[in-house]
Design a protein. Structure first.
Ligand code: MC0
Length: 135
């Protein structure tokens, strides 16, 4: 079902500062930036290898998922995003196995992807995202 690690999502307070850190420290470059109001994030995707990114996330508001995470845990790894070929089929298969879904249907994700989250309580404490990239 899982085809690759699409991205590691990292929560931060200051997106510009964290982008600069990853550029100067690891030599990564920004492939994409956007604000996703539905998810409450300003985000930057930094390319690590083809189809594989570090995703830096700054909350747009304190009551968003990333805002609440930062208040509770501080900066750090927020979620893992795995590539899938068909996110609707993956959701149906995982739902049938009893995995608790945050999203019953796909939503808009970074770079035009269709995404869906699985609840961390059903995945060993790891917030898990399925990512069906644009062809
Ligand atoms: C919360 N919890 C986490 C967690 N966030 N556990 C692991 N990793 C995380 N990131 C745990 C808390 O510790 C707590 O555990 C329980 O979940 C409830 O926490 P809460 O703060 O009350 O949070 P809820 O219930 O309001 O929401 C949790 C939930 C939410 C996972 C449903 O964060 C959510 O909907 N996440 C999916 C959307 C999202 O994260 N969007 C931002 C990235 P205990 O044990 O105390 O009960 S958007 C993105 O990344 C997109 C744009 C993209 O990739 O393209």
């Amino acid at each position: 079902m899982l085809t690759r690690i699409d991205h590691v999502g990292i929560a931060c307070h200051d997106l510009d500062a964290k982008v600069a850190f990853y550029e100067t420290t690891f030599g990564l470059t920004v492939a994409h930036r956007e604000t996703n109001e539905e998810q409450g994030v300003h985000e930057a995707m930094l390319l690590v290898a083809p189809g594989s990114y570090v995703q830096l996330l700054q909350p747009t508001r304190p009551d968003s998922p990333v805002g609440k995470f930062l208040a509770r845990n501080g900066e750090g790894v927020h979620h893992i995003g795995y590539g899938v070929d068909d996110v609707e089929a993956a959701l149906a298969a995982l739902g049938a196995k009893g995995v608790p879904l945050v999203d019953e249907r796909p939503r808009h994700g970074s770079m035009g992807a269709s995404i869906a989250f699985l609840h961390p309580r059903g995945v060993g404490g790891v917030l898990t995202e399925l990512v069906q990239s644009l062809p």
